[in-house]
Design a binder for this molecule. Structure first.
Ligand SMILES: [Zn+2]
Length: 213
């Protein structure tokens, strides 16, 4: 066993999530409290896989109405129109706003779907005790977390759309039910990424290393 493969948990050490104090815990130590700030201590995020799955499945379910239901209703002198995210993208594309169409498509369709797929892949790989390419999976997790921080881009895109439509003084725009579902997908995938404990990726690699020296 090399130094690289000894985890703090194996040495009985854990960090307090609230104050960062390094503490020695005797496993199983589910009831332990941080001696400095009193927060609950645990080696790994409790029920990380189950929680992440729950949030992720909720996001998967809501991803459907987010794309199928109308995201906005526009009404003008020329009549009323209801648009889903994809029909909005197609409209932007055909009306010549290619860059905006690409931004909306990436932010609203591609990124949430890729986030869901990436998190499902990480969960399955941990559940099936995969030891393949932990570095690559750690990188995927970092990307998902990074993207989560920039998820407000989606809101930004909707704001731009609303602003564009409002330029036409006689048109009104109202958010449709998909906007709500879409916001929920963004929030749920962010929470799912937070609930996932990336150290689980390395635990399996470490176990395998210990068992087959
Ligand atoms: Zn603490």
């Amino acid at each position: 066993m090399t130094d690289r493969n000894i985890s703090a948990a194996r040495c009985g050490l854990t960090l307090c999530h609230d104050c960062g104090l390094l503490t020695r815990l005797a496993p199983p130590a589910h009831e332990a409290l941080c001696p400095r700030c009193g927060a609950h201590l645990h080696f790994r995020k409790p029920a990380s896989i189950a929680r992440t799955w729950a949030l992720l499945i909720a996001a998967m379910v809501l991803y459907i109405p987010a794309n199928v239901l109308p995201v906005m209703y526009t009404s003008s002198l020329f009549g009323a129109q209801r648009d889903t995210i994809m029909s909005g993208v197609v409209y932007l594309w055909t009306s010549g706003s290619w860059s905006l169409a690409i931004i909306v498509f990436i932010a609203s369709v591609a990124v949430p779907m890729l986030k869901i797929i990436a998190l499902a892949y990480l969960l399955l790989s941990v559940q099936f005790h995969s030891t393949r390419q932990p570095e690559q999976r750690a990188r995927i997790y970092r990307i998902v977390e990074f993207v989560g921080r920039w998820s407000m881009l989606d809101i930004y895109v909707i704001t731009v759309l609303v602003a564009l439509v409002q330029f036409d003084a006689l048109a009104t725009i109202k958010a449709g039910p998909a906007a709500l579902a879409f916001g929920a997908v963004v929030v749920l995938t962010m929470f799912a990424a937070m609930a996932f404990d990336p150290r689980l990726i390395w635990d399996t690699a470490e176990e395998r290393h210990v068992h087959t020296p």
